[in-house]
Design a protein around this ligand. Structure first.
Ligand SMILES: CC(C)(COP(=O)(O)OP(=O)(O)OC[C@H]1O[C@@H](n2cnc3c(N)ncnc32)[C@H](O)[C@@H]1OP(=O)(O)O)[C@@H](O)C(=O)NCCC(=O)NCCS
Length: 225
């Protein structure tokens, strides 16, 4: 157990587990980041831009520093939770959940990558389903957003499969070059219509307090152990 509540959160499905990204777990994932398994085509957004460092050690260093900065700037209107995804105890990717003005709007955004050797096996979809369960069931989110480059077939397919609706486009950069992004939106009602009963949350209650979430959630309290 960590004295820092967000590092005790985990989400378990029948297929995989998202475990809060402690330094030890970042160490599990670091060889994949060093090997370029996070930023192979199609590339994620410039998030963190250190993924595009050509030197493997600098790539890992910048990636870890970005996560530490994110951990250190948690406020009720701006927070980000970082998870390492494990299948049978093998690290396979990273799944993050960000709250922007969460206290006002209850909206979250998810970001993820799956290591190249594990793509195309349903893991990205399962990771997203797990983080949505944490957002809606554990944190009482009202709406989840996602964005993928317009030609990022995998990312956009995950959103479509999980019931998101198209929500316009916006520009972002990939390694400095402008790229059109497809925005996606999943309402609480749409999530509830396909809600899964085989996903378990752990450690959510104390984490809610750290994030400044004061909406009562009996489920989150039950899960907060
Ligand atoms: C996007 C990503 C997380 C998806 O993970 P994944 O484990 O490969 O996804 P899944 O196996 O669950 O596949 C999801 C859907 O995408 C489709 N798909 C995945 N990769 C595909 C590809 N390269 N070409 C065509 N279809 C693809 C699958 O067929 C599946 O479609 P279905 O639901 O209709 O069957 C992964 O490809 C990745 O890490 N990409 C790089 C980082 C990234 O783009 N992150 C998201 C934006 S920040």
């Amino acid at each position: 157990m960590s004295p820092y509540a967000p590092l005790n959160v985990s989400v378990r499905t029948s297929r995989l587990e998202l475990r809060a990204a402690t330094d030890e777990r970042l160490g599990d994932l670091a060889p994949l980041v060093a090997a370029g398994a996070a930023n192979a085509d199609p590339p994620p957004w410039d998030d963190p831009s250190s993924f595009y460092e050509t030197d493997p050690e600098m790539r890992v260093t910048g990636w870890m520093q970005a996560i530490w900065r994110g951990r250190g700037t948690v406020r009720s209107d701006a927070w980000r939770l970082y998870f390492v995804a494990y299948v049978d105890d093998e690290p396979v990717g990273q799944q993050d959940l960000t709250g922007h003005d969460f206290s006002a709007f209850g909206t979250v955004e998810s970001t993820s990558w799956v290591a190249t050797d594990h793509r195309g096996q349903g893991i990205g979809t399962e990771m997203r389903a797990a983080i949505l369960h944490l957002a809606f069931e554990g944190l009482d989110a009202t709406e989840a957003h996602s964005e993928g480059a317009i030609d990022n077939v995998g990312s956009n397919a995950v959103s479509e499969r999980l019931g998101y609706e198209r929500n316009g486009v916006s520009w972002a950069t990939h390694q400095g070059k402008p790229v059109l992004g497809q925005r996606w939106r999943l309402t609480r009602e749409s999530w509830a219509a396909g809600r899964r009963s085989d996903i378990d949350l752990f450690g959510v209650g104390p984490c809610r307090a750290t994030l400044g979430i004061d909406v009562p959630s009996s489920r989150a309290e039950q899960a907060g152990h």
